[in-house]
Design a protein around this ligand. Structure first.
Ligand SMILES: *Cc1c(COP(=O)(O)O)cnc(C)c1O
Length: 413
């Protein structure tokens, strides 16, 4: 553990290489992973509690996923969607079953693309430009970085540099039924919400809110679309987080965990809505291609066999029990294994969450500061009890090491 701090110097070639600075310079270069663990260039080992932002839900280098990807790579990588390929139907059938049946799937390559597909589907379903077309989403939401999904993202500061954004998006306060009620006029085609706002700070929707949204959407003939790109596929303790909130959406989008690191996304819609898409309406070259769907098929097989929703619920409860009483922790929120650790106010003046996250990285624990006051945990859904306990112990040690000094003392360096 002592080697992490010196290992954190970013490799020179990563700092100077010709990559656009859309992320800050990396502090660590990872070269290998296995289960919940990562190794950097210098051989230092890290406990990964972030999973590439909720992507590697089965842990790193899962043997069955790796074998499926390797076998597919040496069998058939691509032929285009003009032709059939082996894994699309089984993956779509499994996803539809996990979502309660009666729907159809469009395959794409990312979360933003899944939401783009949902927005286009809603507009086509609602009758095109002459009909209703607005999509209502929530303040604090995150739906992607393409121009349309950026506008759906309810964070106005992120919009400003990129105006004008595509028309047809409006935002309402989160978890506020009255605000949504007022926004649903005759121009609205769809409501797009996360079940737990992930990037916005791990803020769960209440069941009352989701059920009221469902009722309003049905009453006004508006689609209820749930963005499960981060929350879906077992992460929150059910196959999809909305299933714990007691609703059936019309459209569900997913991506992150579906390929365990191989880029693949999907937009599922109830068959009555999906029927709005006709041949030629929407497409993407790579969507559902053999490598991506081979990975997704293996991921879903392992997820069902291991019952990852139950594991996420149990490990999430173990994390909460371990973290909640720690000095420096004001509270733990979230669902299943999508958690935010809110730091105690007396800490934050001296130690914003980013400083704590950096301190954890230096001690071999990967998390991120999801807000200036909270750390996000999204570990592998297959994390063991011993690994949860190790994670809690390391977090406790770093919080202890960084604890603000008593009044009159020098703050720790
Ligand atoms: C990550 C995320 C997206 C965007 O997914 P990309 O694959 O980065 O395009 C969209 N919605 C939610 C809720 C996300 O967490």
């Amino acid at each position: 553990m002592t080697t992490h701090r010196q290992a954190m110097a970013a490799p020179d070639d990563m700092v100077r290489c010709p990559i656009m600075p859309t992320y800050g310079p990396p502090s660590v270069e990872f070269v290998r992973g296995e289960g919940s663990w990562l190794w950097d260039l210098q051989g230092a080992q890290y406990l990964d509690l972030l999973s590439g932002l909720a992507v590697t839900s089965l842990g790193h280098a899962h043997p069955e996923v790796a074998a499926a990807v390797a076998a597919q790579a040496s069998t058939l990588l691509h032929v285009s969607n003009l032709f059939g390929t082996e894994h699309q139907a089984p993956v779509a059938t499994t996803l539809d079953r996990l979502l309660g049946g009666g729907g159809q799937v469009f395959f794409c390559n990312s979360g933003a693309e899944a939401n783009e597909a949902a927005v286009k589907l809603a507009r086509k379903w609602a009758g095109g430009p002459a009909g209703k077309y607005q999509v209502v989403s929530a303040l604090g939401s995150f739906h992607g970085r393409t121009l349309a999904t950026l506008h759906a993202t309810g964070q106005p500061a992120k919009h400003e540099p990129f105006q004008p954004l595509p028309a047809g998006f409006r935002h309402v306060a989160w978890n506020d039924v009255d605000a949504l009620d007022a926004a649903l006029d005759g121009s609205v085609a769809a409501v797009l919400l996360e079940a737990v706002q992930g990037e916005g700070g791990v803020n769960p929707a209440s069941a009352e809110y989701f059920q009221a949204v469902r009722a309003l959407c049905t009453e006004r003939d508006v689609l209820f679309m749930v963005d499960e790109v981060q929350t879906g596929l077992g992460r929150c303790g059910s196959w999809f987080a909305h299933q714990q909130l007691g609703v059936r959406p019309d459209v569900v989008t997913m991506a992150k965990a579906l390929g365990n690191g191989v880029p693949v996304g999907a937009c599922w819609a109830d068959a009555s809505v999906a029927a709005a898409f006709e041949p030629g309406d929407h497409a993407t070259t790579y969507g559902g291609q053999p490598l991506a769907t081979a990975a997704a098929r293996a991921v879903l097989t392992v997820m069902e066999r291991e019952d990852v929703p139950a594991r996420a619920a149990a490990a999430g409860a173990r994390f909460r029990a371990g973290l909640s009483p720690l000095p420096g922790v004001a509270g733990v929120r979230g669902m299943g294994l999508l958690l935010a650790v809110e730091l105690a106010p007396e800490w934050l003046a001296l130690r914003p969450a980013k400083v704590v996250a950096d301190g954890l990285l230096a001690q071999g624990v990967v998390v991120n500061a999801v807000t200036p006051t909270a750390l996000r945990l999204a570990p592998s859904l297959l994390i063991s009890d011993a690994e949860v306990d190790e994670a809690v112990a390391r977090i406790a040690a770093v919080l202890d090491q960084l604890a603000p000094a008593a009044p009159g003392e020098e703050p720790p360096a």
